[in-house]
Each structure stands twice: as C-alpha cells, then as structure tokens.
Write a protein that binds this ligand. Structure first.
Ligand SMILES: Cc1cc2nc3c(=O)[nH]c(=O)nc-3n(C[C@H](O)[C@H](O)[C@H](O)COP(=O)(O)OP(=O)(O)OC[C@H]3O[C@@H](n4cnc5c(N)ncnc54)[C@H](O)[C@@H]3O)c2cc1C
Length: 505
C-alpha cells in the first residue's frame, strides 16, 4: 500500500490528520453557518432492486437508444443520421463528468473545466463535429484551429500559480536541466501523439507495457522532487501517478500539444464558467429536446432476434419502461455492465476508475490576492488538487471557487463515506484554500455544493490503452472514455462518433 492509498482510507478524516501535523492551522474545526448541498448519484443505482419486479408501464419503440448523456453519448447522438433515437440519462441533468450547477442563475462547472486548442494533426471527424457545433473555426492566417468565442480564453499571465508545501511558485514543473532533458528525450515523439488516441501508431504500443515511472527512470537521472511534480500533473488530468499510469499515457500528456515551455507556440486555453458543460450545451442545440430523457436509468439489455429489449427505470415517477431498439449505443460507465449486460462486461473488466469530489464554494465580495484561473496545491495530501477561480473567467454574478479532490482507484467507496462525513471534506478544502491565500476565507462562504463522483475517471494503467476490445456486437456499440481511451474531451467525443459509425455500417 502506498502513501496515497493509505491517506485515503479514512474517507477524509485521515487527510485532515495527515495535514494537521505539517501545515499551520488557520482555524479550528467548527460548525459553519453556510448551508452545504450534497449531490450523489449512488442511491439511484440501488433503486434497481425494487425496479426488477415492477410491472412495465410503457413500451417505446426507437431506432437507436443512447445510454448516457455525457460528452460521448451526446456526440454519438449528434452524429446519427436519423432523428429516430432517444437518449436515457440517469441523472437529473445531462453532462456526466462534464456537468454544471446553477448558482445565482449562472452555470458553473461541476466537473471537467477546460480544453486546449486542437492542432491540425488531430482527427478530422472530431474537428468536423466541433466546427459543426460552431465551437472552432480554421484560421488560414494562423494555419490553426481556433476557438470562436474568445471571451472564454484564459490569458496566459492568469493561467496558474502553485502553492508547493508553503511556497508560491509560478509552475508545478520548474525549469531545470532535468526538465530540459525530459523534453529532449521526447523529441522522437514529435507529432506522433495526437487525439483521438486511436490515431497513435501501433509502433508505440510497447510504451503501454511499462509504467511512466519505469520509462523515465530508465532514461533520466530522475529526482523525487521532479517525480512529485510530474505525479501532481498526472493526477490532475489522468487520476493516477507515474507509477500507476503507462508510459504511453504519460508521454501523451506532454506530447499531445506543444508544451508550455515553448513560448512561441502558446496553445489557447479555453475555460468557460460552465466548464465543458459548454460543449454539452452546444451539442444539445443540435438535438431535439424531446429525444432526451433525464432521470432514466437503463438497467437491463436483452437481445431478441435483431432487436434490443431494454429495461429502463424512470426514477422521478418510479415507473418501469420497456424500450425496443434496433441499435444501442452504450455510453455509460462500463463497471455497471456487470448488472446491465453481463455478457459484455469481460471486455471492460480490466478498467479501474478513480473517484473524484468536486466542491463549489460560492463567496461574497472577498478580495483575494494572487488569484489565478488554476490554483494548484501540492502538499503531503496528494488527494487535494487545488481549485479554479471564476473571477478569472469573468464571472459577473457570483464568485465561485471550484475545488478538486481525486482519490485512488482502489478506494472508490471513499466518496460514499462522504455522504455522511461531507462536512469534513468541506472543512479540509477551506483550510487548504486558507493556506493558499494566507487567510481564512470560510466566513466569506455563502454556500458550498459538494458533488461526489464515484466511478469518475478511467485510469490509463499499463495495458489499458492497447487492449483489444470488442466495441460493437449485434448493433450494440460502446462509447465513452472508459473504452481504452484517455479521460479527455476529444477522446470522449470521438468514441461517440465511432460508435455511431460502427452501428450504421
Ligand atoms: C472531476 C473531473 C474533471 C475532469 N476535467 C476534465 C477537463 O478539464 N478536460 C477534459 O477534457 N476532461 C476532463 N475530465 C474527463 C472527462 O471525464 C471527459 O472529458 C468526458 O467528459 C467523459 O465523458 P463520457 O461521456 O465518456 O463519460 P461521463 O461523463 O462519465 O458520462 C457518462 C454518462 O452516462 C450516464 N449513465 C451511466 N450509466 C447509466 C445508465 N445505466 N443509464 C443511464 N445513464 C447512465 C452517467 O450518469 C453519465 O452522465 C474530467 C473528469 C473528472 C471526473
């Protein structure tokens, strides 16, 4: 058991203990006056037990059923030629891990919060969809794809600052000889690691057999400080450390786009207030609202000759529906296939997921010095990944800090514990924000919104990205980042596009 796993076992309580000894306490644990709103989908899954014996109240026929209203499911729906489809999403709203929450009549991210501009070697189908959605356009002057709504770009000087064990630093990975050597080592991969990841040439498959740590350790005289910084970055985007993820995933992280040390090739950073829910909303503009069914949990798939018979629970009205569909695109998390369609589960049984907790703090007009878009935080508690400040995204109505925690894949039940102990993680987050700014911000909080994401992010460990998976069988196609892809918007989108192609041809 490594230190990261150990720290998380107590579901937040140990995190507090671990930090108490090493960091200055700004305030004692106390009862807050502000309300805390908790959002967890876990209980919905448990409704299935009662649904199994319920009579069917409605039979619906459709050509294509899309399971899941995240980026992958909606991209699939946007790519369908016929309008004869329905999307079932178990949540009360669409978005999945690219979801948002309404605070004071504005939307704020409650998950994925940014994307970067797309180089010309990225897959055409994904670029075409983004163009069709009016999100990007090609600039022939600059010879690159650019975001259309420039107001959502984060200015370079406001991008990030980092609190590293008590000191403020401009970047996580400091400029050093070692950093230079790492990028020299990676030169051989120039233009070789695009998105979607399915475009990576098979000649690099051997990099999926070892961990990123073993790869770096083989070629560089790495130091513990350097690895700590690399691990922080990888946790922030992939949910795992260099010892957990493959060299293929690790190199992709640094080679997918020009990395920030190359000032001349600065990559646009796009982060609207609502985060990647922006993309969800753009997709919904292309989808008829009558095709979308929120609060609809798909819990059984059965093949009957050349159609699919699907059990669905309407969780709002507690009624059971039966959907008869020619095609099914399954873009929900694959761990649930154990129950939904056990025959397909072995294709994904190797996938492990990291659980995340996202907390939005609505603040009053507090003045905060040194605030940046992304406020990274490195400390003895590796679960806390820092926070994003809406002020830098030009929020006009409310000031919101969005805090991110990621826990190890082996302890996904950690987030379940927060259903009872969420005050502890709210306290922990405020304490760390206090350390970042050097002052207690808790008295400026108007409300806290805690979102628990159980099986949130697939971990790209060795073997995950190159495993051969049967992604279509008898008009049942699988989409989602957990089909062997990296947990990134472009890969999620492409997985939906490909699933649609797979069932049509
Ligand atoms: C906290 C966090 C931050 C992230 N930040 C970024 C970021 O900044 N940029 C980035 O590119 N990526 C980010 N990611 C990765 C992000 O997950 C992907 O970019 C993408 O949103 C994944 O989309 P998806 O459709 O594959 O999966 P999901 O978003 O997980 O969508 C799956 C959907 O299926 C639904 N569902 C599941 N089972 C059923 C069922 N049985 N019946 C009906 N519905 C069902 C779920 O409720 C969910 O809405 C982040 C991930 C997390 C967890």
């Amino acid at each position: 058991m490594n230190r990261r796993q150990f720290l998380s076992i107590g579901g937040g309580l140990l995190i507090l203990t671990a930090c108490r000894n090493s960091e200055k306490d700004f305030f004692e644990k106390k009862e807050y006056e502000f309300p805390i709103q908790l959002d967890s989908n876990r209980a919905i899954g448990h409704l299935v037990h009662s649904a199994v014996s319920m009579p069917v109240s409605e039979i619906i026929k459709t050509e294509t059923l899309v399971v899941g209203g995240g980026i992958a499911g909606l991209s699939a729906a946007c790519s369908l030629a016929s309008n004869d489809f329905m999307i079932c999403e178990l949540g009360a709203d669409i978005g999945g891990t690219s979801g948002a929450i309404t605070i004071n009549k504005s939307l704020y991210t409650q998950g994925a919060h940014y994307d970067l501009a797309y180089p010309t070697n990225f897959g055409n189908e994904g670029l075409e969809l983004l163009e069709k959605l009016n999100i990007i356009s090609f600039s022939s002057i600059n010879n690159q794809w650019e975001f259309i709504e420039k107001q959502h770009l984060i200015p370079k000087q406001k991008e990030e600052a980092c609190y590293i064990n008590g000191e403020m630093k401009p970047t996580i990975l400091p400029k050093s000889e070692l950093r230079k050597n790492m990028f020299s080592l990676f030169e051989v991969y120039d233009n070789e690691f695009p998105l979607p990841t399915t475009l990576i040439d098979a000649k690099w498959n051997h990099l999926d057999k070892i961990t990123f740590f073993d790869y770096l350790n083989k070629y560089l005289p790495i130091t513990s400080d350097f690895i700590e910084a690399i691990d922080y970055q990888l946790l922030d985007d992939y949910g795992g450390t260099s010892k957990q993820i493959s060299a293929l995933a690790g190199i992709h992280y640094y080679k997918c786009r020009p990395y920030e040390e190359d000032e001349k090739r600065h990559v646009e950073l796009f982060s609207p207030l609502e985060g990647n829910y922006y993309f969800i909303q753009k997709m919904m503009k292309k989808i008829d609202a009558k095709n979308l069914f929120c609060n609809h949990l798909v819990f059984g798939l059965q093949q009957q000759k050349d159609t699919w018979l699907v059990d669905v629970l309407d969780t709002k009205n507690m009624t059971k529906k039966s959907i008869i569909a020619k095609n099914v695109i399954y873009a929900g998390q694959k761990n649930a296939l154990k129950y939904v369609h056990p025959k397909s589960y072995p294709t994904f049984s190797d996938v492990s997921y990291t659980p995340w907790v996202v907390i939005n703090f609505e603040l009053d007009d507090i003045i905060l010095e040194n605030t940046k878009w992304q406020n990274d935080f490195m400390s003895p508690d590796p679960s806390f990944l820092g926070f994003v400040d809406s002020k830098v995204q030009n929020a006009t109505k409310s000031r919101v800090l969005t805090v991110y925690y990621c826990f190890p894949d082996v302890h996904h039940y950690v987030v379940q514990k927060f259903e009872e102990t969420h005050k502890s993680i709210v306290h922990d987050a405020l304490k760390k924000i206090g350390l970042y700014y050097g002052k207690d911000v808790s008295k400026h909080v108007k409300k806290a919104y805690v979102k628990l994401l159980g099986h949130a992010m697939p971990l790209p460990k060795p073997g995950y990205m190159t495993k051969t998976r049967e992604l279509v069988t008898n008009n049942l196609a699988f989409a989602g980042v957990d089909t062997g892809r990296l947990p990134l918007l472009f890969d999620a989108m492409d997985s939906g596009i490909q699933a649609t192609k797979n069932i049509i041809y």
